[in-house]
Design a protein around this ligand. Sequence first.
Ligand code: NAD
Length: 478
Amino acid sequence: MKKITVAKGDGIGPEIMDATLKIILAAGAEIEIEEIQVGEKVYLSGNTSGIASESWDVIRRNKVFLKAPITTTQGGGYKSLNVTTRKFLGLYSNVRPCLSLHPFIATKHPVMDIVIVRENEEDLYAGIEHQQTDEVVQCLKLISRPGCEKIVRYAFEYAKQYNRKKVTCFTKDNIMKQTDGLFHKVFDEIAKEYPEIENEHWIIDIGAAKMADTPEAFDVIVMPNLYGDVLSDVAAQITGSVGLAGSANIGDECSMFEAIHGSAPRRAGQNVANPSGLLQGAIMMLNHIGQSNVAEKVQNAWLKTLEDGTHTYDIYKEGNSKKQVSTSEFADAVIANLGQKPEILKAVSYANTAAINMPKYIRQATKAKKLVGVDIFVHWSGSNPDELADKVKRIAPSDMKLKMITNRGIKVWPEGFSETFCTDHWRCRFHPVEGVSIGKEEIIQLLSNAVREEIDTIKTENLYEFDGVAAYSLGQGQ
Ligand code: NAD
């Protein structure tokens, strides 16, 4: 008997959770349920995180969390509970299978069977944003080697476990050579450890276009957080309905399972919502906790029910469907089909699908790190870069030199184009003069000179070489 935490959430949440639990318990799931309150009621009671601290204790103790959708209260400084949960619990891997159920669910892509593995903790979702000047705001995109290694390895291990043939990586490393470049590099390194699984990399823009047009060309796709967030919804939608997809959020210690859709408040309390998305999450949970025989039984009964044409309103379509049913009637129909298999859709057979045993991340040997310059970002409302260059040249200590000024990444000094549009946010790059080594003191000197010259510095970025390789981007046009 495995104890799990359950939250029934908001809107249609309680109805679809009741239906889901009824089905999996009827199928023989050996679970003990400990229920907690999360979401709207908790937000409105004045708790901006949407969850009480005692509930965190329950989630952390039971480690496995089945969560219905919640309504994120708009405004008032409320934080998204989903994002908080993923980060607090270290749920680094978001797994979203997207399967077409042609001809029973209308879709333009009858042979689609993709699993999106999305990095779930970092990238632009680190949520580190600042306004720096009147005109410019910034969001830091953080990509780490452990983050990349964990998610890429998870994708290959998942492919191995579920007998999938190929893992594709999507990044934009032709533009973001450091951040997406690291993700791609780690993908290439780890792919070598799985010679039996095909691997490939696509630049995200053409990869996404190809996925939306020819999804049958893909199998498992691994991506950084933002791309994965967007494309997993696209992938789910083109199977015919986002309402049919579930999602697993996996960490080293804890895991959370859910539907990918929201709380559909307009449908709440009417016993009409489709419980399939949450049921798919619950099936992933059963596999994760080693109850794959129950997971298999439920999945095959669910496929059979859809094949029978027993459909809730959202997927009901004249011609494809035979009977429109309520939430609870749908649950009863799945229960009646337990033990049966679909005849036309492919029946599933789960074996060895328990939680993937991931190796602990091992930190690599540190590299020789050398400071080779600094970017000083300046708030300046002038428009002529030559004028700014004359000002900032005066702040360089004797052993450093202004090398370049960019505006939004494009070089505007020396030899900029008069056509380039400039904002009030300027990056001034300084390097030591030939043959000189610098330390942090020179940077402090630069900043202190800037104060003296009344130059408004808003941030600095140190420029490093690691093992002799420059580890920063050049200015565009440099
Ligand atoms: P939604 O997914 O709730 O609804 C989108 C559309 O799909 C609506 O027309 C809805 O009626 C329909 N729909 C969704 N699930 C359905 C189901 N199971 N059966 C039948 N029809 C279904 O998205 P939304 O309207 O943008 O968001 C509503 C609320 O849900 C918001 O507060 C949002 O923040 C929240 N939300 C929560 C989660 C989560 O908890 N994981 C995810 C997304 C959105």
